[in-house]
Design a binder for this molecule. Structure first.
Ligand code: UDP
Ligand code: MG
Length: 308
């Protein structure tokens, strides 16, 4: 089985990495005689990323093409991946970061696995590259939560994946706006295998994630893929109900035995505990309602201003 491989590369302020990633990927794939297309998505970069992509698109080579998609503003990596999948013309698509943290050599192995009949080849991280302690712990907590909430192992998952066109179409046919590529590519099913890779150091520029944006990202994806927090409210409700029953019995007992008096501390504590549980619960409900609101608006996930 032979087919054109579309490599999808989201790029946000990566001007130094465009040319570099192109050279590395093109060289490896050409040397293995894999016909390929590179789809760069400029996710509203403020530097010369788009210029670099335009320069590349002018290069004409046999069995190798470059496509560029330019967003009208920054829509985020998930949106960029979706756009890449929608516009890729290959019979098989690979998604990878353009900072070369995902090793391009692995593309060949992934492609060979696809030839053997696998429809989804997932890249899993053997190590996490160099990250600071806070980041590492944060990521750990997030992935534990994710794994628990979605019932899919997320701890080593990455966005480095190869998908058959059929799988791509299944993902694209999911109507929700809030996509979480890592999870949806495994949710759709199909014959799947994994391949381990070592995360490399980023050579140019820096990671686009601030701590706050990571927290937002984590919450968003948990809400997008799980309703567990909503069930948590019910659990909290049950526990307080149990407490309420016990306290009611105690209060009534005291009342009838004539020892009812004082007890202000209990009142204050109860008020604080129950009201905070109620508030948090309303907050969780509000978050989900906000997400439903976003979906209902049916806004496009991204807006393209230019294609080359
Ligand atoms: N990226 C993007 N849009 C964004 C943020 C990041 O397209 O809003 C791209 C970025 O250019 C890179 C990939 O997503 O190709 C991964 O980003 P980064 O290296 O910053 O993340 P990290 O490797 O630190 O998780
Ligand atoms: Mg990176």
């Amino acid at each position: 089985m032979k087919g054109i491989l579309s490599v999808i590369l989201p790029a946000y302020n990566e001007n130094k990495n465009i040319e570099k990633s192109y050279t590395a990927i093109d060289q490896i794939l050409s040397s293995h005689h894999i016909a390929h297309e590179l789809v760069y998505i400029n996710d509203g970069s403020t530097d010369s990323t788009w210029n670099e992509i335009c320069k590349l698109s002018k290069r004409k080579k046999e069995h190798s093409q470059v496509m560029g998609i330019c967003f009208s503003r920054n829509f985020g990596k998930e949106a960029a991946i979706m756009a890449g999948l929608a516009y890729a013309s290959g019979t098989v698509c690979a998604v990878m970061d353009c900072d070369l943290q995902h090793p391009p050599e692995k593309l060949v192995e992934m492609y060979q696995l696809w030839q053997q009949g696998y429809k989804v080849v997932e890249g899993v991280k053997r190590n996490r590259g160099r990250e600071n302690v806070i980041y590492k712990t944060g990521a750990k907590i997030f992935y534990h939560l994710m794994t628990f909430a979605t019932k899919m192992d997320m701890s080593r998952a990455s966005d480095f994946k190869l998908l058959d066109k059929q799988v791509v179409n299944s993902i694209l046919s999911m109507p929700e706006r809030n996509q979480f590529f890592r999870a949806s590519s495994s949710w759709v099913g199909y014959k799947k295998t994994e391949i381990e890779f070592d995360v490399r150091e980023r050579e140019f520029g820096q990671s686009k994630w601030s701590k706050w944006s990571l927290i937002k990202y984590a919450l968003k994806n948990i809400a997008a893929f799980s309703t567990f927090p909503l069930q948590l409210i019910t659990v909290a409700g049950m526990i307080t109900l149990l407490g309420a029953i016990i306290l009611t019995i105690q209060t009534l007992f005291r009342y009838y035995s004539g020892t009812a008096l004082e007890g202000f501390t209990t009142v204050i504590l109860l008020l604080l505990i129950i009201s905070s549980i109620v508030m948090v619960s309303i907050g969780i409900l509000g978050y989900y309602i906000a997400k439903i609101y976003e979906e209902v608006k049916q806004r496009p996930v991204y807006i393209i201003s230019d294609i080359i």
